[in-house]
Design a protein around this ligand. Structure first.
Ligand code: SF4
Length: 338
C-alpha cells in the first residue's frame, strides 16, 4: 500500500470537473476532481471512492479512467453498439429496471421534437410528448438509482419549420434528464414533385409517409437552426452532455453517404437493398443470384444513388444513421464492394 502511495502522485493542478465537447475528453480524473455526484464520469465505484478520499478517510491518491474515455475509445475503434429507439410508451419503472440490469443495450434513443403541442402535432397524437418525456425520466432515474452507466441515453430532435424555436427547450429536457447526448437533425422533406424528378427506380423507394410536406426547410431556416445550435453547443460545454448535429446544420454541407456501395441490407425475403432508408428499392434477389452477380450488374445504379444522395436531393438522407456512424466507417479499412 505504501508503494502505491508513493508511486501515484496527485495531479498538482486538478481542473474542476468539466465537459469539453469540442476537444478530446479527459481520459482520467483524480479523486480530488470527483465526488459522489460524478457517477456519469467515474461510474458508481469511482464516484464513491472519490467521495471517501475527499472525506479524508485514508485512501491512497488515485485516478479513474473516465466513462468519456471509454466512449472515445468505442468511437475511434469503430466498435458498433446495440441500441433502440423508443417513444417511451412501454417504459415503466419495472421495464426500465430490467432493461438496465440485463445490460443488453448500449444506447436508448428518445425522440423529442419540441414543446408538448409541437411534439404532439409532429408525432401524430395527443399525449405522445408526455409518454416520451416520462419514459426518458424513468430510465434516467432508475439508471442513477442503480448506479449504472449503460445504456447511454440519447435525445434526438428532428427539426421542422414548426419547432425551430424549441431547440433550447429540448436541450433543457435532455439536460434535466441527464441524457448523455442530444442530437439535432433536419426532417425528411419529400414532395410528389421531388419524387417524380428522381429516376423511376428510386421513386418506388419512398413510403407515402415521406410525401406530404410541400416545402423543405429553407436556407434561412437552416441558418437559424445553425445559430441556435451554436449557442446551445456553447451552453452544453458547461454540462455533462454532448451536443451533436447533422452535418448540414454544423457546416451547411450535405453529408457524404458512406453506406451505399460499401454496405447493404438483406431483407427478410432475400432482396438486397443498397440503402437502409429505401426499403422498396432492391437491386436483386439472393434467391436468384449471388451477391457478386447482383453488384456487378447494378454498378451504375448504385453509383447513381450515391450521387443523388450526396447532391442533397434524397431527402431521406436527413434522418439516416449513416452520418452518425461516419467517423467509425472512415476508420474502417474495409474495401468498397466495387
Ligand atoms: S439514406 Fe442517404 S445517406 Fe443514408 S444510406 Fe441511404 S443514400 Fe446513404
Amino acid at each position: 500500500m505504501q508503494e502505491v502511495k508513493e508511486g501515484i502522485k496527485e495531479n498538482p493542478n486538478p481542473k474542476k470537473e468539466e465537459n469539453n465537447n469540442s476537444q478530446k475528453p479527459d481520459f482520467v480524473k483524480w479523486f480530488s476532481e470527483l465526488n459522489k455526484n460524478s457517477v456519469d464520469t467515474a461510474g458508481g465505484k469511482g464516484a464513491n471512492l472519490a467521495e471517501i478520499y475527499n472525506l479524508k478517510i485514508p485512501v491512497p491518491p488515485g485516478f479513474v479512467v473516465t466513462a468519456q474515455a471509454y466512449d472515445y475509445f468505442i468511437e475511434k475503434a469503430g466498435i458498433k453498439e446495440t441500441g433502440i429507439v423508443t417513444n417511451g410508451t412501454l417504459l415503466d419503472e419495472k421495464t426500465a429496471e430490467k432493461l438496465i440490469i440485463s445490460e443488453i443495450l448500449d444506447t436508448v434513443i428518445f425522440s423529442i421534437d419540441g414543446r408538448e403541442e409541437n411534439h404532439d402535432f409532429l408525432r401524430g397524437g395527443k399525449g405522445v410528448f408526455e409518454k416520451a418525456v416520462n419514459g426518458l425520466n424513468i430510465l434516467s432515474q432508475i439508471k442513477r438509482k442503480l448506479k449504472r452507466r449503460r445504456p447511454r441515453i440519447y435525445v434526438y430532435m428532428t427539426l421542422y419549420r414548426e419547432n425551430i424555436k424549441d431547440m433550447e427547450y429540448v436541450f433543457n429536457i435532455a439536460l434535466k434528464s441527464n441524457a448523455n447526448m442530444l442530437r439535432y437533425q433536419t426532417s425528411s422533406h419529400i414532395t410528389k414533385r421531388i419524387i417524380t424528378r428522381l429516376p423511376d427506380r428510386f421513386q418506388a423507394g419512398f413510403f407515402h409517409s415521406y410525401a406530404g410536406r410541400e416545402k423543405p426547410l429553407s436556407r434561412v431556416e437552416i441558418e437559424e437552426i445553425r445559430e441556435n445550435y451554436l449557442k446551445i453547443l456553447e451552453r452544453s460545454k458547461k454540462h455533462a452532455i454532448k451536443t451533436e448535429a447533422e452535418e448540414i446544420i454544423k457546416s451547411g454541407v450535405n453529408k457524404k453517404c458512406l453506406f451505399v456501395g460499401k454496405d447493404f441490407v438483406i431483407d427478410s425475403s432475400g432482396e438486397i437493398l443498397p440503402c437502409p432508408m429505401l426499403p422498396n428499392v432492391s437491386i436483386g434477389s439472393l434467391i436468384e443470384k449471388s451477391v457478386e452477380e447482383i453488384f456487378s450488374g447494378q454498378k451504375n445504379f448504385i453509383l447513381e444513388l450515391k450521387k443523388i444522395s450526396e447532391s442533397g436531393k434524397l431527402s431521406v438522407c436527413g434522418q439516416c444513421c449513416v452520418e452518425k456512424q461516419s467517423k467509425h466507417v472512415a476508420e474502417d479499412k474495409g474495401q468498397p464492394l466495387f
